[in-house]
Design a protein. Structure first.
Length: 419
């Protein structure tokens, strides 16, 4: 099939759904997602994997966007789930994923989380340390169970992404060093509470070339082959998520076809089922954050400060990682282009969405779409400065739309507190 255009046009242009009526009805800031874009991306990834004719499963990384409606959409598309906390496991269950469709990952799992996860008979728990394997074993035996586990391996591979979202270097907190992994598993091969069924790796996020993904995959594949030769009855190779998306015009990321071929080429010789845990690539380009201009003032360096009613509270990525998101005026305005620093209303200078962006001269009241905000947007929003969490809207294939998370009222905001 044709390669998916990952530089695809924005939600509103793609599905002809005007955004102003949504902003007018729900207010701003507000997240808007396109259901067809999510479904199409998932279908394209599944097709690319199916074309490689090798057993596989797509476990959507819920952390990228854990709205119930999005999770359900992805389940309806035939994917399984990767959960990172008890909250995400609960979400997955509510969205209709069966326990045997859920893998549980996470560098620190609390005793309560582990106890619950052990009782649920999940597809696998991805264990991050020898100690965690032992805790799972003990809990499993106390519950009279055998729990399927995979060991997360740290392959010491540089994801060549932002340091905050790179997880595969030996200095990072994730997994068990590759050189120790076989010994850690050998020491536990007879543990009555464990069924060791796989190895897991995830080296980072927003990875824009196949090199780091393949390097990590090959290392854990070699380990898996060695373990099988020793008699470990492994069944899968979980190669994590990490495939990037295009945030900046002219950017480039591997196609799903190239991604699938590269990983299947590594998995095939192992004889193991391939698991992938994509997050961002499925939902990132499907969402925008809508915001209105609430002030415009001169910038000492020339140009303008354009103050939006959305800030780092709604979309933290620019402040946290210096991440680039395109900012697009929703109304095609035939006004002269002026350099703008687009900022939020929060009392921090890091609350900046973009510096020196050339935009059609903005006016108070203009609607702006901050692009590619479907992943790690709403899920990372917070209430700093006592700002309410933003609502989320889902646009369906027929152009209709509905609120999938409402904006909290002031009463909601104080509901958990006592003076
Ligand atoms: N699997 C594991 C074990 C993960 O830790 C992650 C993401 C994924 C899968 C999904 O990765 P993806 O396909 O989305 O790259 N907040 C950051 C991203 C943090 C990613 C954390 N782990 C951001 O806004 O860029």
């Amino acid at each position: 099939m044709a390669a998916l255009d990952t530089t695809q046009a924005p939600v509103f242009a793609l599905d002809q759904v005007p955004l102003e009526p949504i902003a007018a009805a729900e207010g701003t800031p507000c997240y808007v997602y396109s259901a067809p874009v999510v479904s199409r991306r998932l279908a394209a990834l599944q097709q690319a994997l199916a074309d490689c004719a090798w057993p596989h499963a797509v476990h959507y990384a819920l952390k990228a966007n854990s709205s119930l409606a999005i999770a359900r959409l992805i389940r309806d598309g035939g994917a399984h789930a990767d959960a990172n906390s008890i909250g995400e496991i609960a979400l997955a269950t509510r969205a209709g994923f069966r326990p045997d469709q859920i893998v549980f990952t996470g560098v620190g799992k609390s005793p309560q989380e582990l106890e619950r996860a052990v009782s649920l008979d999940l597809k696998a728990i991805n264990a991050e340390s020898p100690g965690e394997l032992d805790r799972i074993d003990a809990l499993a035996r106390s519950q009279g169970r055998r729990v399927r586990v995979a060991l997360r391996v740290n392959p010491d591979v540089d994801a060549q992404s932002h340091p905050h979202i790179s997880t595969g270097l030996k200095t990072s907190k994730f997994g068990v060093p590759l050189d120790d992994a076989a010994e850690v598993l050998r020491a536990r091969r007879d543990a009555a509470g464990l069924e060791i069924i796989g190895v897991h790796v995830h080296v980072g996020s927003q990875i824009t070339s196949l090199g780091p993904l393949c390097a990590a995959a090959r290392k854990v594949a070699d380990l898996a082959v060695a373990l099988r030769a020793e008699g470990f009855p492994l069944s899968h190779l979980d190669l994590g998520g990490g495939l990037g998306i295009v945030y900046e015009q002219g950017g480039d990321v591997p196609t799903y076809e190239a991604f699938a071929r590269a990983l299947v080429d590594v998995a095939r010789p192992t004889g193991l089922t391939l698991i992938v845990e994509p997050g961002r690539t499925l939902v990132g380009p499907a969402g925008v954050l809508l915001a209105r201009v609430i002030d415009v003032k001169p910038h000492a360096g020339g140009g303008r400060f354009v103050v939006l009613d959305a800030g780092m509270t709604e979309l933290m990525r620019p402040a946290l990682y210096g991440a680039f998101h395109r900012i697009v005026p929703v109304h095609a305005a035939d006004r002269p282009l002026v350099p703008c620093d687009v900022v939020g209303p929060v009392c921090e200078s890091s609350d900046t969405f973009g510096r020196v962006r050339e935009l059609p001269e903005p006016h108070v009241g203009d609607l702006m779409a901050i692009m590619d905000a479907g992943a790690y947007g709403a899920v990372m929003s917070n209430t700093y400065n006592r700002r309410p969490l933003p609502p989320e809207v889902l646009v369906e294939a027929d152009g209709s739309w509905r609120v999938i998370r409402r904006r909290p009222t002031l009463d909601d905001m104080f509901a958990l507190e006592q003076a």
